[in-house]
Design a protein around this ligand. Structure first.
Ligand SMILES: [Zn+2]
Length: 458
């Protein structure tokens, strides 16, 4: 063995137990009450929890978007992720119009491969679905990319998909068992409202959420859920922000439609009151922040296991980049950081406040994500044969989130002043510490692209 993690409390999707973990060649080789060391490196996890490394299914590193490029490249972004106990990110390779899916993946791999400090995989974000691209899907699945994202909005940005395209790819996903991720917002209404406000001289950040009221997401979610229903496809709604979308998904799930719901820490923790602050533009994201009622509905969705995964939608822009929209809210680059706070927020606000159990924490941060995205049991588990991707969380470690103690490149944090209790202290990627006692000890380019299997239904 190369490494033994001793004396910790191991948490999986089903168990919480005292056990030692033996690791060799990047894999878990033993999990039992006591493993006696004979010269191996030992990490003492006494008083701490050991969880499967977090899988963040939703990041945008160095993404060119709305006249800016997200400020964390694949190195800075994966370092920030690792500080949050993340051992795998799933980033979006955005298809340049006219490119094949495999060309798109190669383009993103060129950026990511030399820089990532933890493992990663990619989704294809489809901007140009044609018959040729539908025919290419089997090759992409074979390559190990088994999820495709479509946008119901972003017409101006050239990323929108039409209803027929949503329906066709959902239909294909039923037989081929891949996942169709959808950004659900009604473009017609949001475009109309944006123009209306701008004409009235209403240009500040508070008109960002007003141009995208709850029903803009709710309607689009219902529509695409209906398409999933009639096609039998595998639908995954990304960054769910409203109680309306959640309710639509919940009733469809109980009727047997394959629809999976993701939310993000910002939709659990922050509200649209932020847009009234002088720096309101820092909080511009799509869908926008909502009300306390929506926060609570999403927490309840986690408690009742209607929400299946939590991803970050990590897409940070500096204050200078956000200033591009100072005089016109439609020009604010949309995005906030978040990969580093998934685990501290879900532990502190979720487990700490008894909204979710430790097992549910593992499900939504790792186990469910691994299953849906074809990474299980290689990842998302602490068992013999799995990758030794682990996070050691100190339940008594207190931290006040601030720009100084978070690791994204940007010059502010949207969580300024939020106090958390329970922080990841050590992150192990394939048997090697990347973060050790809150110090970065990893190496640029050490992470790998991980080919994925087909979706396993939950
Ligand atoms: Zn996103």
């Amino acid at each position: 063995m190369d490494l033994i993690v001793k004396n910790g409390t191991v948490v999986t999707s089903t168990d919480v137990l005292r056990a030692d973990i033996g690791i060799a060649n990047g894999k878990i080789v033993d999990v039992k009450k006591k493993i006696t060391a004979s010269g191996e490196t030992v990490i003492d996890a006494r008083g701490k929890y050991i969880l499967p490394g977090v899988i963040d299914p939703h990041t945008h590193m160095e993404l060119p978007f709305m006249a800016a490029t997200s400020a964390d490249d694949f190195e800075a972004g994966t370092i920030a992720a690792a500080f949050g106990g993340v051992t795998t990110i799933l980033d979006f390779a955005i298809q340049p119009k006219g490119n094949t899916f495999l060309e798109t993946i190669e383009l993103w791999r060129k950026k990511a491969d030399p820089k990532v400090v933890i493992d990663y995989s990619l989704h294809v974000a489809v901007t140009d679905l044609t018959d040729e691209r539908l025919a290419e899907i089997p090759k992409v699945l074979k390559y190990g990319v088994t999820s495709f994202k479509l946008f119901m909005t972003y017409r101006k940005e050239g990323m929108i998909s039409e209803d027929w395209q949503l329906l066709e790819i959902l239909r294909a996903s039923r037989d081929r068992k891949f996942l169709v991720q959808v950004h659900a917002e009604n473009p017609s209404i949001e475009e109309h409202l944006k123009q209306k406000y701008l004409k009235e001289g209403k240009t500040s950040a508070e008109y960002h959420p007003r141009s995208k009221p709850n029903f803009v997401e709710g309607e689009a979610a219902r529509r695409v859920i209906y398409f999933a229903d009639v096609s039998g496809g595998n639908l995954y709604i990304v960054h769910t922000s409203t109680r309306e979308a959640l309710a639509a998904a919940e009733s469809a799930m109980s009727a047997g439609t394959k629809v999976y719901v993701e939310t993000c820490p910002q939709y659990l923790m922050l509200t649209d009151e932020k847009y009234h602050q002088p720096n309101g533009r820092f909080f511009a994201i799509s869908p926008p922040l909502r009300s306390k009622k929506d926060n609570e509905a999403l927490w309840s969705g986690l408690t009742r296991e209607i929400v299946k995964t939590v991803g970050s939608d990590h897409c940070p822009f500096t204050s200078a980049q956000k200033d591009l929209g100072k005089d016109d809210f439609t020009k604010i680059p949309n995005g906030v950081p978040g990969t580093e706070v998934i685990l501290p927020i879900l532990y502190s606000e979720g487990v700490g406040k008894k909204r979710i159990t430790l097992n549910q924490l593992v499900k939504v941060t790792s186990f469910n994500t691994a299953k849906l995205f074809g990474l299980y049991p290689r990842k998302g588990a602490i068992s013999k044969g799995s990758d030794a991707d682990l996070v050691i969380l100190d339940p008594n470690f207190k931290m006040e989130l601030s720009q100084e103690n978070l690791h994204t490149k940007i010059d502010y944090t949207v969580y300024e002043g939020l106090k958390v209790r329970g922080v990841p202290v050590t992150t192990i990627s394939k048997g090697k510490p990347v973060i050790l006692e809150r110090q970065f000890v990893g190496e640029r380019g050490k992470g790998q692209f991980v080919p994925r299997d087909l979706v396993t239904a939950l």
